[in-house]
Write a protein that binds this ligand. Sequence first.
Ligand code: GLU
Ligand code: MG
Length: 437
Amino acid sequence: MHRIPLIMIVSTDFAGQVRGKGFPASELDTRLDKGVGWTFTNTMINCFGQIPATPWGPRGDLIVVPDTATEVDVDFGDGSVNERFYLGDILTMDRQPWDCCPRNYLRQTLKDLNDLTGLNLVAAFEHEFVHRGQADRLGDSYSQDGVRRIGEFPEAFLYALAEAGVEPETFLPEFAPKQFEFTVKPADALTAADRAVIVREIARGTAWRLGDTVSFSPVVTRGAAGNGVHLHMSFQDADGRPATHDADKPGGLSDTAGSFIAGILEALPALVAVTAPSYMSYERLKPNSWSSSVTNLGYRDREAAIRICPVSDVPGADVASSFNFEFRAGDAASSPYLYFGCLVRAGIDGIRRQLPTPKPTTSDPAGMDAAARKDHGITDLPTSMEQALDLLERHPKAQEFLPGEMLSAYLMHKRGELSMLEGLDIDEICRMYAEAY
Ligand code: GLU
Ligand code: MG
């Protein structure tokens, strides 16, 4: 069949969904400058494709202008149409960043961090997902057979990611039935968020070409382990030297890293409304599920909200360059830009106030009495999206975390999404999110 190549320019909205517009490849030069038309209310389309409420109605115009550094043009080698898109920034008609552009929000936030500290963040998002095509076998957790049973998917996925400029690190079978995990090499923070968007699209694109689907929904199978999106972070100074580790300090964290973490954990009961922003997210954020349910900094603990990750214990090992911490109370219902951006905004607040490093936990917080919890700065995370949104709205710094119109529009978006679930039973809700994500 004869074809004209089609290129899409896309952005991610408040639902973390990737939406955009396309044009014939021959128009690329013009479109790199002019972008594609967009409208305010597009960001209010929720994960179910509905707009229960919007502050803007049908009025107003914007443009999405591509960033050439994010070009994806992948030929899967199977005769299918190439995956061709650019990630873009949403600008106003006078070409200023739009208040509610998630990508610009993260970029601006990283600049604020750098202005305050002189430091940059290096980061990597880890994704868990369920492959819905294979017949599973009892007891397949982490198994060789689990990988075999999804056939070409892992290798085609790795190939496509490498072609898209995303540097694969690992692909592994996870604990739950048909669950897998993909990790990518660390990069500068904005690139890390771009890669998270690309990873999800390429996973869908690979599965679709093989006649399958994948789901990143926080809980695809009720009762089984959920799908987390974890974020590894470390600081670098202007010369690229590691700046997260201080062997003499609590948890091995430098004062700046410790204050950054303290700011995040203090605000976390409100921030999960952004990092874990769906009804199903709270089916995952439960005790004893290897995700997180309280605001602790944990030493090598996979149920901590922030985990101090393992480094070599061999004497003389270069610890500083691999030292990093991992935020775990997030999932793929969140836009990677909003997820990362709100954590950095709270971290900046912690650095400004020079908060002390939270005392790292080395045992299960569930077994702690009130005094020990207080000593470790532990509070419970909300147990529903509704509660999380209320905590965000009431947080004295909410407007600082989500500046400008973003806060009120975001709350409206998410409450509209929840209103669509009223009266539905949880299995139906689970099914809807599994399809949407
Ligand atoms: N599936 C767990 C989560 O929901 C994470 C398991 C792991 O440590 O990789 O976050
Ligand atoms: Mg995992």
